[in-house]
Design a protein around this ligand. Structure first.
Ligand code: GLA
Length: 414
């Protein structure tokens, strides 16, 4: 008996040793990755000191506790490849990349870095073309946990048909280091990347061009993901770009719209603001635990638009009276969209977006939305239960705002 046990143990050990490091890696990004990225606020004006300050603020603000754990150093850190082909960070701005990674790790966080398969990054700095394998090893040696591989100048050295192979090559090089490194593809959604991003080893891939700090930009980036839901799931996510919460001059409702959309989409959540100068409102928007739980739901289903309608039915007059318009009334303007995301355990997240220029009353018809006839509803931004409803429910949604509900099947109250 004992001999058999020892033999079995030996066999398992052998199998383990013969399995390449790559195949033994745990599933990265079981839920959408969360963190902070330097690009949206700092552009390429970054330094060791700035990254350390932001990493510390991620912890002291409570963002780390809310789930944000990757600190991604975007474009602007790169120096040069030396005569031996070793990649060095900009010696003035980032004198010791390994020490910086050690520091970020000492805070219980993970580190991400940006590079390009082309000769230069989008900001014109040195990138990985011709040095892929060696750069992957350098990143692993520094302790990097996340690589954003940004197409940028690669169009100068590769033909479009080579794009897939180029992304696969870096994925293989990263896996060969034996370090679990999350791989983030950034080529702006070209060639329907969602159909092949996972097959070349990506845990996430950008579906769009660059986001900006305006309501139009965040809404377009988020809503345009409708229809891509079948390509997302545990370990592989559509990425509509980073958060702009705290950047620009959006209203509180507009910031909540972006956060809600990203959570309904099960999108990666990368804050892009200056964490050392964050308003209370921005922090609250980024860290509402009930809203984040929608993004991080273990079922990992990306939500979709269940209903898109011109606001022809009802809208609020300043008098408080509802004003009814006929469906074909020429005065109709603006749009409302109702999105649903099935959650683990049978509940559903329902988001109602009002793109109109005034507050709108929007009716939710449970049958039309595929919801149970009677539901218990909770308002996740207000963090309070709003009651049990049968067949329908009307919500009042502010201009450019959103209502996010979690609904569960319930018995009809008598
Ligand atoms: C591209 C990417 C951005 C950012 C910049 C850096 O534009 O899409 O997210 O990484 O490059 O130059």
């Amino acid at each position: 008996m004992k001999t058999r046990f020892v033999a079995l143990l030996g066999f398992l050990l052998l199998v383990f040793c013969l399995t390449p490091a790559a195949a033994r890696q745990p599933l990265l990004a079981r839920t959408p990755p969360m963190g902070w990225n330097s690009w949206n606020h700092f552009r390429s004006n970054i330094s060791d000191a700035i990254i350390r300050q932001q990493a510390r603020a991620l912890v002291t603000s409570g963002m780390k506790a809310a789930g944000y754990k990757y600190v991604v150093i975007d474009d602007g850190w790169e120096g040069f490849h030396d005569a031996q082909g070793v990649f060095h960070s900009d010696p003035r701005r980032f004198p010791n990349m390994k020490a910086l990674c050690d520091y970020i790790h000492s805070l219980g966080l993970k580190v991400g870095i940006h590079t390009s398969p082309g000769p230069t990054t989008c900001a014109g700095r040195e990138a990985s073309y011709g040095h892929e394998k060696q750069d992957a090893r350098t990143f692993a040696h520094w302790g990097i946990d996340f690589v954003k591989y940004d197409w940028c100048s690669a169009h100068k050295v590769y033909k479009p048909y080579q794009m897939k192979a180029v992304y696969k090559m870096m994925s293989d090089d990263l896996k060969a280091t034996g370090r679990p490194i999350l791989y983030s593809l950034c080529q702006y959604g070209n060639q329907d990347v969602w159909t092949w991003g996972a097959s070349v080893g990506g845990q996430m891939w950008r579906t769009t061009g660059d986001i900006g700090p305006s309501y139009d930009s965040v809404v377009r980036h988020g809503l345009d993901e409708n229809g891509l839901e079948k390509y997302a799931g545990p370990g592989h996510w559509n990425d509509p770009d980073m958060l702009e919460i705290g950047n620009g001059k959006l209203s509180g409702d507009e910031y909540r719209t972006q956060m809600t959309l990203w959570c309904i989409l099960a999108a990666p959540l990368f804050a892009g603001n200056d964490l050392t100068k964050m308003s209370r409102a921005a922090l609250d928007t980024l860290t509402n635990p009930e809203v984040i739980a929608i993004d991080q739901d273990p079922a990992g289903v990306q939500g979709h638009c269940a209903l898109q309608e011109a606001l022809t039915e009802t809208w609020f007059k300043p008098s408080g009276k509802e004003h009814h318009l006929a469906r074909d009334d020429p005065r109709q303007e603006g749009l409302a969209e109702i999105w649903v995301k099935p959650l683990a355990g049978g509940a559903t997240a329902v988001a109602v977006f009002n793109m109109e220029e005034q507050t709108a009353k929007i009716g939710l018809d449970f049958k039309q939305l595929g919801l149970p006839e009677t539901v218990q509803a909770r308002d996740l931004w207000l963090r309070k239960s709003i009651g049990t409803f049968n067949k329908n429910l009307v919500v009042s949604v502010p201009k450019h705002g959103v209502i996010l509900l979690k609904v569960k099947p319930a018995h009809r109250s008598r």
